[in-house]
Design a protein around this ligand. Structure first.
Ligand code: ACO
Length: 323
């Protein structure tokens, strides 16, 4: 059979940072409150005119360089985003054009903060089917554009950024110690739509809208529910928390990350966390964390890496990868 092997990862963050102290000048909050409840210290904010596709293109170029291949080697682009440049065409086709590509297929996928894990799972199925050879999977967001900057309960949580991964279909014996995506598990439950949503859109309101969230409900769901997809990955492979080298969860909140790891029996030193520096960058958070841990030498070839994410919908998922 075929397996989707990670050739490289990359990331891009807008230059401008926004610290908690700077936020405290905009709304009634404090560095102490934000750090204690979320672990977030600062986040990056896109410049005026800097769009999701621009961030995504830079992350894609970094991932291609890390993989040692050219845009012309790619035949599939999947972009996970909830903040596209335009209602249509897709951000993926914008990035395709920016990379100078005319070959292959490019499309967007929307699963909010779970978007990157959903996109990896989707690309993996394309590659293993044999229909496509090399995929560029991108998570890119400009949540600063949909934040209500007068709402202290949400505006302190989010940031902008992009991350990307290159996957290649390679022949596989199907062994657990062979490189590549070992298993993916996706879930959704649309009954929870109002707990985390944007109150605008082309069909419902003909406006862009702002992010609205019932924080406590989201927190409870994130800690209570998402561990099932990680357990599904263990059950599908026979591997355990002990076998993991790295746990790379969605970076929404340090408390959610720590409580999830604890619930799963994953040792704290195996947890990759970047939320203190990036805030919640939605679909970009997992690839940003991955790119950070690859660049600083933590994640190495042969490591067993568990990706996990949860987001609006709700949606949630896992991807277990032999790096
Ligand atoms: N600064 C200061 N005070 C604040 C702020 C702020 N930024 N935001 C809220 N408060 C106040 C509230 O008004 C409230 O005041 P009150 O007691 O006078 O009414 C008090 O702080 C406590 O508010 P709670 O909402 O009860 O605070 P909680 O402990 O639940 O923490 C938080 C809020 C951090 C949002 C938490 O619920 C959380 O992390 N939820 C998960 C949200 C999340 O991560 N979402 C990301 C998107 S979802 C995802 O990616 C999975």
């Amino acid at each position: 059979g075929l397996r989707s092997v990670v050739l490289g990862v990359g990331a891009y963050l807008p230059q401008k940072t926004l610290t908690n102290d700077e936020l405290a000048k905009l709304v009634d909050t404090s560095d102490e409150w934000i750090v204690q409840r979320t672990g977030i210290k600062e986040r990056h904010i896109a410049a005026e005119g800097e769009t999701t596709s621009m961030l995504g293109e830079k992350a894609a170029r970094a991932a291609l360089a890390n993989a040692g291949i050219a845009p012309q080697d790619i035949d599939l682009i999947i972009v996970a985003t909830s903040t596209p440049d335009w209602t249509f065409p897709s951000t993926a086709t914008q990035i395709q054009a920016a990379l100078g590509m005319t070959q292959g297929a490019a499309f967007d996928l929307q699963a909010v903060c779970s978007g990157f894990v959903f996109a990896v799972a989707t690309a993996d199925k394309f590659l293993r089917s044999g229909s496509h050879k090399r995929a560029l999977v991108i998570g890119a967001e400009t949540f600063s554009r949909i934040i209500d900057w007068t709402d202290r309960t949400t505006c302190v949580l989010f940031g902008d950024g992009a991350g990307a991964m290159v996957l290649e279909a390679r022949p596989s014996r199907g062994a657990l110690d062979e490189r590549g995506v070992l298993t993916t598990h996706l879930r959704s439950d649309g009954r929870h739509c109002n707990k985390l949503h944007v109150d605008g859109g082309p069909s419902a309101t003909q406006t862009v809208g702002h992010l609205r969230m019932e924080g406590k409900e989201v927190f409870r769901f994130a800690v209570g529910q998402v561990t099932d997809v990680v357990k599904d990955a263990f059950a599908a492979t026979g591997l355990t928390a002990e076998d993991l080298d790295w746990f790379v969860p969605h970076q929404a909140n340090r408390r959610i990350i720590d409580m999830s790891a604890q619930k799963l029996g994953i040792a704290p030193e195996k947890v990759v966390a970047t939320v203190h520096l990036h805030g919640n960058t939605s679909a970009a958070s997992v690839p940003l964390a991955l790119a950070t841990a690859v660049a600083d030498g933590r994640i190495k070839p042969g490591d067993l890496v568990m990706l996990e994410a949860v987001g609006g919908g709700f949606t949630w998922g896992s991807a277990l990868i032999r790096w």
